[in-house]
Design a protein around this ligand. Sequence first.
Ligand SMILES: Nc1ncnc2c1ncn2[C@@H]1O[C@H](COP(=O)(O)OP(=O)(O)OP(=O)(O)O)[C@@H](O)[C@H]1O
Ligand SMILES: [Mg+2]
Length: 483
Amino acid sequence: MSDAYKAAYEREKIARLAAEKLLDEKSREVQSSIEMIHYQFNDLMSQKKESDYLLAVSRLTQTDQGLKKSVHDYTTESMKFLNAKCSRYSYISDGKIVISNLIGSDDQLPKLGLNVYQDIYKKDDRSTVMISELNSPELLGVSMVLGINRVVFLPIKSFGKVNTVCEIYLSEGVDFKPEVLDQCQVAGFQISAMLERSADQKELEKSYQEIKLSHDKIKQAQAQLVQSEKMASLGQLAAGVAHEINNPIGFVTSNFSTLKEYSHVLAEYFSHAVQLAEQSDNEISSVMKKMDEKENFKFLFSDIKNIMDDCDDGLLRVKEIVANLKSFARSDEEVTGEFKINQCIENTIKVVWNELKYKARLHKDFDENDCSVKGHEGQIGQVIMNMLVNAAQAMEADGDIYIQTRAQDGFVRITIRDTAKGMPQSVMDKIFDPFYTTKGVNEGTGLGLSISHGIIEKHGGNVSVESEEGVGTCFIINLPIAD
Ligand SMILES: Nc1ncnc2c1ncn2[C@@H]1O[C@H](COP(=O)(O)OP(=O)(O)OP(=O)(O)O)[C@@H](O)[C@H]1O
Ligand SMILES: [Mg+2]
């Protein structure tokens, strides 16, 4: 080998060694970059997993899907996040486990006692415990078969109290950084906040309903007060009017009946006198004939009779109105005595039967137990009578009246339903007002229902009405049963 060739070979060798060294250095650099990228990739993946987990839990707290579904989903998400084999959640209420659900395992892991949870949460809010430390030989047996060695306990608190415990069971070999439990805890806080929010809302809704209910009650009580004050003052007025009219009507009636007798006598006298005048032919008879031609005594006396009969009807009507006014005033009196309600209704039906029989078919359905009611039988009879007569009077053609009694919760409910013409709301609003009537002059005083209302209230009961035009009306009376 020539010297020149040797020198060239040496240069070549040095250059190759330098190149190899450089290559070695570069490949080490590339290797460490790959490792770095790999590490960063893993880190990124675990960060993504964490944020996916938190996002999933946060989503489920946005929808109002109730405690059970939220806890179930939270447990499932946490189980996925920790790569666990199976999990369970249990609700705790009044110091007891009320529901316990297992997720992700067909095998029944034995349940843990409340004391286990309590021991754990005394120490920490979240913990990973080896199953071998749990003092549950049964669980230890099953977990060994399933290859489970640890359990993560995640509590859900509401207003400072643990109300749910999630147990996440981890297989041997599954590893995670302890910091990931912080994410589970944050997610648990979100569930707790959601539960508190929904409890607050429920509480708010409950209070709103309570306030609304008491507001309605106050309004009703106010309306009743106004109604009973109206009735009381009208009662006084009615009593005064009845008293004032009673005396003059008394002597008008008595004088009128004397006048009627006198008019009969005079009519008879004149008819004889006229007959005599027709038969004789003297000055008196000619004067009488002339007067008779002029005045027509026959017509006069027959007309006097008609007028008197009309006045009689009018007087009778005024007497009835006065009697009604008195009874209206009397509904204010104290209630004493006791009577059987079915019997009272039967007696009333007998009295009004003549008014009903041509217009309505009556259907009776009485409670087997004829219960006793405290009060005036006559007054309650008057109420029933007015309602039956009203029903019959509201019939345009013939129809049905159903009368029913039922004893319930210390009250007897009397229902009087008809298939008559019914009434519009505008009429229904006024029917209990004194003197309100839709009947013609001389047909109704409009006192029937206002008197009835007063009587029922005085007996400690209540009355309500339902009606539909063209269908019928139903009066419902509730009276307290005597003890
Ligand atoms: N069953 C019913 N069907 C339809 N309307 C009724 C019925 N009961 C009552 N009413 C209506 O209520 C009004 C008031 O009844 P209420 O008994 O107070 O007086 P009234 O019957 O008109 O007169 P009175 O009772 O003096 O004869 C009636 O005029 C009628 O318009
Ligand atoms: Mg009436």
